[in-house]
Structures are given as structure tokens and as C-alpha cells.
Design a protein around this ligand. Structure first.
Ligand code: ZN
Length: 87
């Protein structure tokens, strides 16, 4: 009876270890595990700034900018920057 209990426990541990392995493999190969999807959502915040001339949201990394004292203004194009400067 004790031997049967130990065997059952061993099977449980093996099954658990196997499941952990399968879970890890699924996540490694881009599976759609819920926790992974949540992680991806959290990792994609794109910071955008507003063009003060036309109101377009632009990414500071690939836009024209103008330093005015402490503040930095970002523009979608050179035209908008010129309009801002001519004000
Ligand atoms: Zn603009």
C-alpha cells in the first residue's frame, strides 16, 4: 500500500515537471499564453508628443524639434517648424 502511494506521488511529480517543460516550450516558441500576451502589451508604450502647429502626434525619435529655453517642441515637418518660429 505504501509503495503504491509513493508511485502515485512520483507520477504526480513527473507529470508536473512535464507540464512545466511543455509550458516553457510553448512560451519560447511564441505561443499565445495569456501571461505572454499581457507582457507584450505592457512593453509597447510609444511616447508621442504633439506638434503645436498642426496638432499631429509625432514620435520624438524621428521628428524635427526646436529647443526654446527649457522646453523642446516637436514638429511633423520643417514647414511646421518654420511656422512656429515665424510666430
Ligand atoms: Zn505639423
Amino acid at each position: 500500500m505504501t509503495r503504491l502511494l509513493l508511485l502515485a506521488l512520483l507520477l504526480l511529480v513527473v507529470a508536473w515537471a512535464f507540464w512545466r517543460l511543455v509550458d516553457g516550450v510553448i512560451e519560447t516558441f511564441g505561443g499565445t499564453t495569456r501571461s505572454r500576451a499581457q507582457k507584450r502589451q505592457r512593453a509597447a508604450p510609444v511616447k508621442l508628443v504633439r506638434d503645436p502647429v498642426c496638432g499631429t502626434w509625432v514620435s520624438p525619435t524621428n521628428s524635427r524639434f526646436l529647443q526654446v529655453g527649457e522646453a523642446t517642441h516637436y514638429f511633423c515637418s520643417d514647414d511646421c517648424r518654420k511656422k512656429f518660429q515665424s510666430r
